[in-house]
Design a protein around this ligand. Structure first.
Ligand SMILES: *Cc1c(COP(=O)(O)O)cnc(C)c1O
Length: 411
């Protein structure tokens, strides 16, 4: 690597000595694959037969008329196998694991989406799979834990720290240090030590490559703007890469505004003034941390956006002014979700709904002969518990109570 994994001053590879050889091996297999057109073709073919790629670009005519501005197009990553863009990354890493001839994968997961995707890939490729998940998240995300276990993965609840995503990442690194000979750490987003940010972004670039071709075919010109939600930054990097070389295309990253930036209860790293430069979890970026470098607690209605760090590649693009950052509050997100469901018959994940919410705030200001793309990172079905609660749906609540009673009676 020319830049040694640095993007401006961000990124790098802050890893314990003992992992140096493992990272050297990973870098080598990744670099070889990246320069091997046959590898990319194998990846594209597998995604086509296993995961519905290319995913469609859907024209949202009703929403476009509703706002009366630019024409809205939606990139449908929800139609991927397992319901989100996450599979793009894990299938790519799975192919590298095969090349390294390793037998086991480790993953961290917050909301459980990356865990489910990794367990899926492991089942398909015949790999052992261990998923680390904060015990708090295990409690909150039981359906995903259920599927990971049914897919054959071992889910290890992490009790250290606050029992959330960052603690799961630390536990996954500890496992890797002890089992590096036969195990690969399948990191879930465009963060962490080099080569993960670049490698994950590369696998996700399939989104942008498809979208660039699709918008040109379906609309006849490049979009004025592209919106994507940003947790760690992998779906955003995925679609942005299709348009980075076109300076007229404005790229907008949307972070979790939670209860509002003023409340302090959010996960806006680049859209708020609450973050500062730091080195943690193997890389340098803008973290939500206090003056002592202690990570702050974050909040979002969308579990997948609730992370203290952000991709160093995005931090660099933000610093360069190439990507604009904004945030959407939980409330704005629920309104955008409701509108998208009722106008288009599409159910975005709560994470993706952040991108929709920000687009809806701005799209009316653009002329009707322009277009915008919203990256729909995943489908909302997984969020039924949270969404039903947020809408305070009484018959849903009754359904849950009845289910509980049925189980009690059967015990
Ligand atoms: C995990 C997840 C995200 C956030 O991750 P990024 O790496 O920022 O893309 C966004 N949307 C969905 C549906 C997810 O599952």
């Amino acid at each position: 690597m020319k830049n040694n994994g640095y993007y401006g001053q961000w990124g790098g590879s802050f890893i314990p000595e003992i992992l140096h050889e493992t990272f050297a091996q990973l870098n080598k297999v990744y670099e070889t694959a990246r320069h091997d057109p046959a590898f990319w073709q194998e990846y594209v073919d597998l995604m086509a037969t296993y995961s519905c790629r290319p995913t469609p670009l859907t024209y949202a005519g009703n929403l476009s008329r509703h706002f009366g501005g630019a024409q809205i197009f939606i990139k449908r990553e929800d139609l991927n196998h397992t319901g989100a863009h996450k599979l793009n990354n894990v299938i790519g890493q799975g192919l590298l694991v095969k090349r390294m001839d390793k037998k086991r994968v480790i993953a961290e997961t917050g909301a459980g989406q990356h865990g489910v995707a990794t367990a899926t890939m492991a089942a398909k490729f015949g790999l052992q799979c261990t998923v680390y998940m904060g015990e708090e998240d295990v409690r909150r995300q039981r359906p995903n834990v259920f599927w990971m276990e049914k897919l054959g993965a071992e889910v290890v609840p992490v009790t250290s720290g606050s029992g959330i995503l960052k603690d799961a990442i630390n536990a996954a690194f500890r496992d890797w240090v002890t089992n590096m000979d036969d195990s690969h750490y399948c990191l879930g987003t465009a963060c962490g030590p080099h080569p993960f940010p670049e490698m994950v972004a590369w696998f996700q670039s399939i989104i942008g490559l498809e979208a660039r071709e699709q918008i040109s075919k379906q609309f006849g010109s490049a979009p004025a703007r592209v919106y994507a939600c940003v947790g760690g930054g992998s779906n955003a990097m995925g679609i942005f890469q299709g348009f980075l070389g076109q300076p007229d295309v404005e790229l907008v990253g949307v972070e979790a505004g939670g209860y509002g930036l003023a409340s302090g209860k959010h996960a806006a790293r680049l859209a708020s003034d609450d973050s500062s430069p730091g080195v943690a979890q193997g890389y340098k970026t803008m973290f939500l941390q206090d003056d002592d470098g202690q990570m702050r607690t974050t909040h979002s209605v969308a579990a997948g956006l609730d992370y203290v760090g952000v991709s160093p590649i995005l931090t660099d693009l933000w610093e360069q002014g190439r990507v604009r950052f904004a945030s959407a509050t939980d409330k704005e997100v629920m309104a955008a979700l409701e509108l998208t469901m009722t106008r288009e018959g599409i159910i975005p994940a709560l994470e993706s709904s952040h991108a929709f919410a920000q687009a809806f705030k701005e799209v009316g200001d653009l002329p009707a002969d322009q277009s915008v793309i919203i990256n729909m990172s995943g489908r909302g079905d997984k969020d039924i518990f949270t969404i039903a609660n947020a809408f305070a749906d009484p018959s849903w609540q009754q359904f849950i109570i009845n289910k509980g009673k049925e189980y009690e009676a059967a015990r």
